[in-house]
Design a binder for this molecule. Structure first.
Ligand code: SIN
Ligand code: MN
Length: 220
């Protein structure tokens, strides 16, 4: 250690866990292969904003029994692709394993939203609040090009910070940070060769259902 500087660690707000390089290169490659194979050509869609119907700069797909979609009718979860009406492809077991490992929540996620960022794609500051079960965290996996992630507080005008999310990083937003505003300022093109054609894939694992307590109380 002589002459070395101490590692710089930046404290994150309560409820935010950033697991750097949580997935090694083999696991990243395996996940990308499985996801792209499951989605094929037919399960991508172009989300648009509610009301104004403007296209997002990312393309999206979903894996699991529910998927998040956005179009002029609004934001929602649904079991089928918005154009073809086909059920979403299954969520790979490796993602359920990852959830068990890091989420600290007994029920599995029903939805994995897949965002594809190419070129100048970005995502504005927003909250993930279309889920009923806010006791479960959102678990995010970054694959491919590094992204500059922006994290704020639970009020839109709270101060924000930004930090890079690299390929293989896992970020958990839970507890007091479950409704934290967040977004992607930009990706750093060419920082990874993992994604065929370049860019970044982000996976977010989401538990949608009713909180467990409510399910239990209606059971008898
Ligand atoms: C999202 O908030 O849906 C995506 C975040 C990310 O791409 O890291
Ligand atoms: Mn989000």
């Amino acid at each position: 250690m002589a002459g070395g500087s101490p590692p710089v660690t930046v404290a994150l707000p309560d409820g935010v866990v950033h697991l750097r390089h949580h997935l090694d290169e083999t696991a990243q490659q395996d996940l990308v292969n499985r996801i792209l194979h499951a989605i094929g050509e037919e399960f991508w869609f172009q989300p648009t904003t509610p009301r104004w119907n403007r296209p997002f700069s990312v393309r999206m797909s979903n894996l699991g029994t529910l998927g998040w979609v956005s179009d002029r009718r609004g934001y929602r979860y649904q079991p089928v692709h918005p154009e073809s009406g086909l059920p979403w492809p299954a969520m790979p077991a490796a993602l359920q394993e990852l959830w068990r490992e890091v989420a600290g929540h007994p029920a599995l996620p029903e939805a994995c939203l897949v965002n594809l960022y190419r070129g100048t794609a970005r995502m504005g500051l927003h909250q993930d609040r279309d889920e009923h079960d806010l006791s479960a965290p959102v678990v995010s996996v970054s694959l491919g090009d590094t992204a500059m992630f922006r994290l704020g507080g639970t009020e839109r005008n709270a101060p924000t910070r930004s930090f890079p999310l690299a390929s293989g990083d896992v970020l958990v937003l839970g507890g007091p940070a479950r409704l934290a505003f967040h977004g992607i300022d930009r990706i750093l093109p060419g920082s990874s060769t993992l994604i065929p054609g370049g860019g970044r894939i982000n996976l977010t694992l989401r538990r949608v259902g009713q909180p467990l307590a409510k399910v239990a109380s209606t059971g008898s």
